[in-house]
Design a protein around this ligand. Structure first.
Ligand code: MG
Length: 378
């Protein structure tokens, strides 16, 4: 009993100091069932891992050739769920921050993995931020629960895997000859997503167009500074077969972005401007749609909420990813039948993927018919 009493005391202290208290109010602390130490309860493990990128990856904010990730597992009665935190440096998380966060997690406090809502509320209130680390627990928990139910998550959610959309392959900013080579490597894709915003936009698009006629998406990563120049460029891009433009200007300039969206011939998608479910309603009337990523919002449960909010607000939906292993990408793919576009190529940008999962056939997302998130360890 002592450990339970201490836990409830600790929770009281934590709740008292947490801004998100209201989200917790409906749940009685007595609902947490303490386990005795000898029970084979829920157990979280985590291991740092470094993704090796196939190409140096350049976007408007900088270049890099590796991405730190944390690979997690949650075990319960001999079954293991897999999760992952991908932490590109510009988002502020790291092996050190994820280790610190995940070391605080004590899943033996919960009697059953099916208490997803309780467990993820507990995770969310352990510390602010840490969305990738939180996603690594969320994904592993969903994988475990799906395996216990012997069903993949798209089926648990009632989604038709045949409705999974085409996915784009991303071409980073580079010199024209390199862009041509990268574009040739991406011949299997029905859509290419071209990174722009470093001053060589027309050169980038012309290089891509010299070798392919597939539809293009464009991601500016907040790289444009002037709305008049932005709309002029978007009108030119529309004539080059561009079907959407992502985050044309800085997220702190909603009036300029709304001005662009109201004039643009193609949808304007929010990425940097949207992170968690509470952001979604603020973006209606400013953007045409949102790019949802598990690492931004904290996992599959929040992402599912965001898709439904976007739909209710008549916003288009893209399911995106970071450079990640097949673990997080396949978890995101479970939601993709609800999306207008998928941008699920993160596993294809790396050399050392430890999992088998999502496949791309004729440019379309193929969700594996395996329980949970749908991956196997290689
Ligand atoms: Mg983006």
């Amino acid at each position: 009993m002592n450990s339970r009493r201490n836990f409830l005391k600790a929770m009281g202290i934590m709740l008292g100091s947490t801004a998100g208290f209201s989200a917790f109010q409906y749940m009685s602390l007595a609902d947490y069932s303490a386990k005795t130490p000898d029970d084979a309860g829920l157990q979280l493990n985590f291991e740092p891992y470094e993704l090796q990128l196939r190409h140096v990856f350049t976007l408007a904010s900088g270049s890099r050739s590796t991405t730190p990730v944390m690979l997690t597992t949650i075990s319960y009665n001999g079954i293991t769920g897999y999760g992952e935190a991908s932490m590109p440096p510009y988002l502020g998380e790291s092996h050190a921050s994820a280790t610190e966060f995940l070391s605080k997690v004590n899943l033996s406090l919960f009697s059953s993995p099916f208490l997803i809502e309780d467990i993820l509320n507990y995770i969310d209130h352990l510390a602010p931020g840490n969305y990738a680390a939180k996603a690594s627990v969320d994904i592993a928990l969903h994988d475990l629960v799906g395996k216990l139910m012997k069903q993949p998550w798209h089926r648990i959610w009632g989604l038709n895997p045949d409705h999974a959309p085409n996915t784009s392959f991303t071409i980073g900013i580079d010199k024209p000859d390199v862009v041509v080579e990268k574009t040739k490597e991406a011949f299997a894709y029905g859509i290419l997503k071209i990174k722009l915003g470093r001053g060589n936009d027309r050169e980038m698009i012309r290089a891509v167009r010299s070798v392919t006629s597939v539809p293009l998406g464009v991601d500016v990563n907040q790289g444009w500074n002037n709305r008049d120049e932005a709309i002029e460029m978007i009108e030119w891009l529309d004539k080059q077969g561009v079907i959407y433009v992502e985050q044309p200007m800085n997220k702190t300039l909603p009036e300029d972005i709304a001005w662009i969206t109201s004039r643009s011939p193609v949808p304007i998608i929010a990425d940097e401007a949207v992170q968690v479910p509470s952001d979604v309603s603020k973006l209606a009337g400013i953007y045409s749609g949102i790019n949802i990523k598990l690492m931004k919002c904290g996992g599959m449960r929040a992402a599912f909420t965001m898709v439904n909010m976007a739909r209710a607000l008549n916003l288009k939906v893209m399911i995106g990813c970071m450079t990640e292993t097949s673990c997080a990408v396949t978890a995101a793919a479970q939601l993709s039948p609800m999306a207008d576009w998928a941008d699920l190529d993160g596993n294809l940008l790396i050399n050392n993927d430890p999992y088998d999962g999502i496949k791309i056939r004729d440019g379309k997302v193929i969700i594996p018919e395996r329980p949970g998130i749908g991956i196997e360890k290689l």
